[in-house]
Design a protein around this ligand. Structure first.
Ligand code: CU
Length: 147
């Protein structure tokens, strides 16, 4: 009977992740969003982390905001270029951070100031639209130290 007992145990373990029956669906959430107060009147950058807890990949197809035009940029060999359809892997992350991928705000209608909040909508293939309240921090804000 011993081999049967082992097999049963393995099946129970494998079933753990699908208790809610949605294990295959993408499930994205956003954390750590912030915008350093821009030095420019017309352009700004924004950073955040998209986490996908689901078992299927998702894709960030576009970003919109009421303060101006937004595009996702990636940094390649220290020059930046527009990125389209950024993947969010299953059980993975899509990270926008200083020196890497970033959200690029252009044609700003007003200059965001420290203490304000900018509303950003992230549009995903699977998860639809996720609205993010992005706080404006100081121009030199460092998320690692919180200053
Ligand atoms: Cu850029």
């Amino acid at each position: 009977m011993a081999p049967v007992a082992v097999l049963t145990g393995a099946l129970v373990l494998a079933g753990c992740g699908s208790e809610d029956g949605k294990d295959s669906a993408a499930e994205v959430s956003v954390s750590g969003a912030y915008m350093p107060q821009p030095v420019s009147e017309s352009m700004a950058a924004g950073y955040l982390t998209v986490t996908n807890k689901g078992g299927a990949k998702d894709e960030l197809t576009s970003v919109t905001s009421d303060v101006g035009d937004v595009t996702a940029h990636e940094t390649v060999d220290s020059s930046m270029q527009e990125a389209k359809d950024l993947p969010v892997p299953a059980h993975g992350q899509l990270v926008f951070k200083s020196g890497g991928n970033h959200l690029m705000f252009e044609k700003l209608k007003r200059k965001p100031m420290q203490g304000e909040t900018v509303t950003v909508k992230l549009h995903f293939t699977e998860s639809g639209t996720v609205t993010v309240k992005m706080p404006v921090k100081s121009a030199t804000y460092n998320p690692k130290t919180g200053h």
